[in-house]
Ligand binder design. Sequence first.
Ligand SMILES: [Zn+2]
Length: 121
Amino acid sequence: MSDEVKFAPCPFCRYGEVALSGIEDDAFIHCRDCGARGPDAENNDRDKATLNWNGAALRARHAKAVELVHDLAVMLEASVKLNSAYRFGIPAHANVLDTLVARAALQDRLDAFLSEEDKAT
Ligand SMILES: [Zn+2]
């Protein structure tokens, strides 16, 4: 399996370069850019180290996706409230600005996530 299994890109730093390393009898994958390190695999088991890293990377990506979906739902709720405020009168200027700034920041995070997904596949 060793040759055909690729290391998943680092999910913590927008895909820095990852490499296989070892200390004494443990093998592990680490990111050369941010220092993230996958779980150790005993007996210098490189395949296990790769599976450990890839599993951890997948869980981290999943957690990021769940967080984004949650934040999108919060943003949607804020947008609906703002829309209602427009319907029943002029909303406070600060609320509009806060919502627009938060929406732009969320859009940036979403764009970054999706572009990372493109790189990861
Ligand atoms: Zn990294």
